[in-house]
Design a protein around this ligand. Structure first.
Ligand code: PGA
Length: 254
């Protein structure tokens, strides 16, 4: 068994108004209250962060941003900075999600600046990497994932990153109901850990939590978490319902 505490984060994407977020998180807080041996967090849309921080006060559920812009402030219409996330109580931030990469054109250089901004402002980055279906079929999974990692971490290498979180999210598994099999995911997770060892040193690599993301549900979570290098999950669709998210958190605790 690894000594890494599993970490489950709910990525709410562009779902839930402030009122809906309040309702869901109030239920979730109660549902995971007595679950031990697992860390969890939620990443609500920006307008709901403040209300969510209030609901989470005194709980062990972490609050995460879904993105940031790598400047502290300025004329960047529509963007949110690391200090703004910190000020509202966020401790983590999802960066390089495939929807940011593919729908909003974010490249590795921009993501690297975001990772650096997060680390500089003491927000824990949850750096997402993953291959598309075409890349997997062309046998490029390892090359894609390691390139995303080395470029994404290019500006922070060696800067004491043991609490970095990496999320391996095969693009073909996100929101499709087609999860990677535990074996497929473990194979890539082990490669990621090896690669992080080369990049950041084996001690850091052994501490870094590598989440799996892509159609994680209550009924496939336990078998994924049984794999030695799968340290939890980044959960989209199934995190919107407090009961199903709590069931995934419980699966990680066992
Ligand atoms: P999904 O999304 O669980 O709905 O597949 C995962 C993610 O995009 O983080």
């Amino acid at each position: 068994m690894s000594e890494r505490t599993p970490f489950i984060v709910g990525n709410w994407k562009m779902y839930k108004t402030v009122m809906e977020a309040r309702e869901a998180l109030t239920l979730l807080r109660v549902a995971v209250r007595d679950v031990n041996g697992v860390d969890c967090g939620v990443a609500p849309p920006f307008p709901a962060l403040d209300v969510c921080a209030d609901i989470l006060a005194g709980s062990h559920i972490a609050l995460a941003g879904q993105n940031l812009y790598p400047e502290d402030e300025g004329a960047f219409t529509g963007e949110v900075s690391a200090p703004m996330l910190k000020a509202v109580g966020a401790t983590h931030v999802i960066l390089g999600h495939s929807e940011r990469r593919h729908l909003f054109g974010e490249d590795d250089a921009l993501i690297a600046r975001k990772v650096k901004a997060a680390v500089d402002r003491e927000l824990v980055p949850i750096l997402c990497v993953g291959e598309t279906q075409e890349q997997r079929e062309a046998d490029e999974t390892v090359a894609v994932v390691t390139t995303q990692l080395s470029r994404g971490l290019a500006e922070v290498k060696g800067a004491g990153l043991p609490n970095l979180v990496v999320a391996y999210e095969p693009v073909w598994a996100i929101g499709t109901g087609l999860s990677a099999t535990p074996g497929q995911a473990q194979h890539v997770h082990a490669l990621i850990r090896d690669f992080l060892g080369d990049l950041l040193g084996p001690t850091n690599a052994a501490q870094i939590r590598i989440q799996y993301g892509g159609s994680v549900k209550p009924d496939n979570a336990a078998e994924l978490f049984a794999e030695p290098d799968i340290d939890g999950a980044l959960v989209g669709g199934a995190s919107l319902d407090p009961d199903s998210f709590a069931a995934i958190v419980e699966a990680a605790a066992r």
